[in-house]
Design a protein around this ligand. Sequence first.
Ligand code: DHB
Ligand code: MG
Length: 218
Amino acid sequence: MHRAAMYDERIDEYLNRFLPGRHPVVAQMEAYAKEHQFPIIGPHVGRLLTMFAQSIHAHTVFEMGSGFGYSAFWFALGMPEDGRLILTDGSEKNRELCYEFSRRLGIEDMLDYRVGDAVEILRGEEGPFDIIYNDIDKLGYPAAYRETHDRLRTGGLFITDNVLWHGAVADENPDENTRAIQEFNRLCFEDERFFSTILPVRDGLMVAMKREPGALTL
Ligand code: DHB
Ligand code: MG
């Protein structure tokens, strides 16, 4: 099920007025998502991903849950041409769609898209990555957290979508998915090896920076 953003529609409309026109292929990706009710992060979160990649000079990104490559496009936009992204997803069809779009965007050579269980694939990688991105099935969030720290460089970012889950994280009787996200949020904030914050953009974006070992805790 695809649910609406947490913002009310007026605010969404207001924010959207500031967006510059999209590359025609990116516009097609957004149209595809709308038509197939595929939950993409949208351009506001997308621009944050570009900014994060660019500001920490990311060369290597690992994505858990890539869909057809919408978030990867925004990361790639903030990376040098020799930057590398590993994409993961359970769907062969999404992989094919991703290569179709990314070929037309000219970023195909930066991508290595692997079909399978995202957390398992990350487990098989040494890293270190500059950014690890998490947007998998919500029940898998705690497992994604557990595999991330050791594969991220110091100063690297662990970025996770949907951490406010349409506001359900504040529910008194949370369902199973919501409980997994609540646990994930608690794990990130309690882990002093990370410096974490939640940006309440769209559905909530967790940004957890891997700190210097031995850095002072606040
Ligand atoms: C939904 C949104 C997401 O960004 C996602 O990763 C999964 C589900 C949703 O709105 O249901
Ligand atoms: Mg998501």
